[in-house]
Design a protein around this ligand. Structure first.
Ligand code: PXP
Length: 241
């Protein structure tokens, strides 16, 4: 069964729109867990545009499932991760001007840096995942860093969904998953997934967890957060193979 990590960054985005205290992502995390979410994902960005240090600190004490901290591979973030010790860290590239994470990490280019960067995290028992595009060279390089997981970037798949390009990019995701498994990497996926395009992704054999944020928080505006999580869980529970 493919599990569901719910990314609650955009609950904080709404809070930041007014610079106040509501809605609180800490309350959102509790509702997500009660509704069946398997993990809570937050991205602590360098510019703190949504999730902030206070959120991460409280969530590290209150999350009952698993806290997955998305972060850039910087010294500042490494220090925070070592302090709060989330269940897992997902390393993502970060550009200041982007609206959201635009591409995967270039592990091929940064392999030696990442190998060293990961060591302190792994030594205290934090699980590490690398967010990469479905590119076989990136998969091979990821396996050499000693990270236990990769998270495949499904943004391009989401953009091409229902177009003639969909099959090609879906096949890339399948091939990348297969190679990763042969190299003993576990595979998550995420970015741009919604209630329509997710079904094909959960049919990929061996997929472990999907991290989904924007579509769940968007649906929550209309049906409530608990229902939005339950609707996504229903798809994962019934379409996994
Ligand atoms: N996975 C990673 C690594 C991400 O950076 C994001 C976006 O923050 C997501 C998953 C969730 O993407 P979305 O909000 O489009 O569902």
């Amino acid at each position: 069964m493919v599990t569901l990590g719910v990314n609650i960054d955009h609950v904080a985005t709404i809070r930041q729109a007014r610079g106040g205290v509501e809605p609180d992502p800490v309350s959102a995390a509790a509702i997500v867990e009660l509704a069946g979410g398997d993990a809570i994902t937050v991205h602590l960005r360098e510019d703190r545009r949504h999730i902030n240090d206070r959120d991460v600190k409280i969530l590290s004490d209150t999350v009952k499932t698993r806290l997955n901290l998305e972060m850039a591979a910087t010294e500042e973030m490494q220090k925070i991760a070592l302090e709060i010790k989330p269940y897992s860290v997902t390393l993502v590239p970060e550009k200041r001007q982007e609206l959201t994470t635009e591409g995967g990490l270039d592990v091929v280019r940064q392999k030696e840096y990442l190998k060293e960067y990961l060591k302190p995290l792994l030594s205290v028992g934090i699980i590490v995942s690398l967010f990469i595009d479905p590119d076989l060279e990136q998969v091979k390089a990821s396996a050499e860093t000693k990270a236990q997981f990769i998270e495949l970037h499904t943004g391009q798949y989401a953009e091409c969904f229902d177009t003639p390009k969909e099959d090609k990019i879906f096949n890339d995701l399948k091939e990348a998953t297969k190679l990763a498994q042969e190299l003993c990497l576990k595979v998550n996926a995420g970015h741009g997934l919604n209630y329509q395009n997710v079904k094909r992704i959960i049919s990929i054999p061996g997929m472990v967890e999907l991290n989904i944020g924007h579509s769940i928080v968007s649906r929550a505006v209309f049906v409530g957060l608990a229902q939005a999580v339950k609707d996504m869980k229903y798809l994962l529970d019934n379409f996994s193979i």
